[in-house]
Design a protein around this ligand. Structure first.
Ligand code: NDP
Ligand code: PMR
Length: 395
């Protein structure tokens, strides 16, 4: 019965998507113009025009308390030093909730890798994250230059990098036409997959160099990219096809903006990007786990139906989606709970197994979940890796 109610909701949801809707670009954040950044010492009160690379570093001065090796406890037992975790897209939703959970544990310093400094600073303060427990560093995943600059800036912080969480994402279900990143890639795959692919590849070196006992690279996946689930069978379904669009550069000019080479569909582009995220995690595991000791993991944190991810969806969807997930599918999870789940994947000593796609059951206990056939296709993972390397300039 629940399913019946659910599927009767489907056509309207889908036709509404096709009709399109006004973009809610002012959602929550206050965006600064390019090159305009906050003077971090004034904590959000003044703006001035400065060079992006210097501001990211200067921003640290206000927020960082450099983590040091923790001295022996009074009992003489040696404790592990504060860990440093980079979280992309920590300005809202899952990323913010995870940053908060880690910061409040007192065991982590969080590097909030975000495209909007002011929004992130406000969000961290509003969430009550302890002062000195986080550092905000600018990162726009829609620009490979920004990713490279971010890596340089983070290295200048002179902190070991112990965990990297690739969490940021965009979802454009109502877009009629594709939009593109600075490098000309379709936006959803460009940000969610290619930006993170370059970031993760660059930071692997830093993870390798860290002396932290459990180093981890986590890429957030989703149930909707897995066609072995009911949620993954809601059209449009993820399908990377023969990767012809990715091979041609995803630029929509003389080639398709979609990975499978088909006509643009924003919802499908998002789901395809999540398949790429999950394939990438496994390919990292196969190539680098033994050599580096880094744990590579992905996860589905639950349906966090209230986050900004749905900001571009039509208002009716945003109104009905949370109760639909709460009372019908029962897949709903709060931002706080989802944040605790991702924080577990970052720091729980029991979750060190590499190559795993984590999920949680009704009692919020973690378990190793099965990926769909496509999301666990080793040959496809290799091809996505190789094509992505070329697109981001690593091969
Ligand atoms: P939110 O929209 O709340 O968070 C997305 C974050 O990504 C924001 O911080 C946003 O920044 C950031 N972001 C977007 N574009 C860029 C960019 N170009 N550069 C840097 N950062 C960017 O959504 P969620 O918290 O729901 O999503 C977090 C992750 O969880 C995503 O990977 C999503 O796929 C995954 N997920 C979510 C589910 C859900 O039900 N909500 C279910 C399964 C997985 P800004 O604040 O500036 O917009
Ligand atoms: Mg889905 C069994 C249940 C289930 C779960 C756990 C989700 C999660 N969804 C389920 C079922 C259904 N959804 C059913 C039966 C329908 C048809 C009515 C349905 C519809 C639906 C839509 C239109 N669901 C959606 C959408 C979106 O636009 C969301 C999406 O695909 O974003 C990419 C979404 C989601 N459902 C989920 C989850 C977690 C999402 C969102 C996010 C994500 O994967 O990141």
């Amino acid at each position: 019965m629940a399913l019946q109610a659910a599927t009767s909701f489907l056509p309207s949801a889908l036709s509404a998507r096709k009709e399109g809707a006004a973009k809610d670009s002012a959602f929550f954040g206050v965006r600064l113009a390019d090159g305009l950044k906050l003077d971090a010492t004034s904590l959000g009160l003044r703006t001035k025009r400065v060079n992006t690379s210097s501001v990211a570093i200067r921003a640290q001065a206000a927020a960082v308390s450099a983590p040091t090796a923790t001295p022996a406890s009074p009992a003489g037992k040696k404790t592990v030093r504060t860990g440093n975790a980079i979280i992309t897209g920590a300005s809202s939703g899952l990323g913010l909730a995870t940053a908060k959970a880690l910061a409040e544990s007192g065991k982590w310093h969080v590097i909030m890798a975000c495209r909007d400094y002011l929004k992130t600073a406000r969000a961290a303060r509003a969430a009550g994250m302890p002062k000195g427990s986080y550092t905000i560093v600018h990162l726009d995943l829609a620009s490979l230059d920004s990713v490279r600059q971010f890596v340089k800036n983070v290295r200048q912080l002179d902190m070991p990098i112990d965990v990297v969480v690739c969490n940021a994402a965009v979802y454009q279900p109502t877009a009629k036409e594709p939009s593109f990143t600075a490098d000309g890639f379709e936006m959803s795959v460009g940000v969610n997959h290619l930006g993170h692919f370059l970031l993760a590849r660059e930071l692997l070196e830093d993870l390798k160099a860290s002396d932290y006992p459990s180093k981890r690279l986590i890429i957030v996946g989703s149930i909707t990219g897995n066609t072995n689930t009911l949620a993954g069978n809601v059209p449009p379904k993820a399908n990377l096809g023969d990767l012809r669009g990715l091979a041609a550069g995803l630029n929509g000019v003389g080639s398709a903006a979609m990975i499978d080479g088909a006509e643009f569909d924003g919802a499908k582009a998002y789901k395809d990007s999540k398949v790429c995220n999950m394939l990438t995690m496994q390919e990292f595991h196969r190539r680098y786990h033994e050599e580096t000791g880094v744990t590579f993991a992905s996860l589905y944190p639950g349906c966090i139906a209230t986050t900004g991810l749905f900001r571009e969806h039509i208002p009716l969807f945003r109104l009905l989606f949370p109760p639909f997930q709460k009372y019908i599918t029962k897949g709903y999870v709060s931002e706080e709970e989802a944040g605790k789940r991702l924080a577990q994947v970052v720091s729980e000593p029991s979750l060190t197994k590499s190559g795993v796609y984590w999920s949680w059951n009704k009692n919020s206990a973690s378990f190793e979940n099965q990926l769909s056939e496509e999301a666990s296709d080793t040959e496809k993972a290799r091809k996505v890796w190789e094509l992505s390397e070329k697109l981001v300039g690593l091969a």
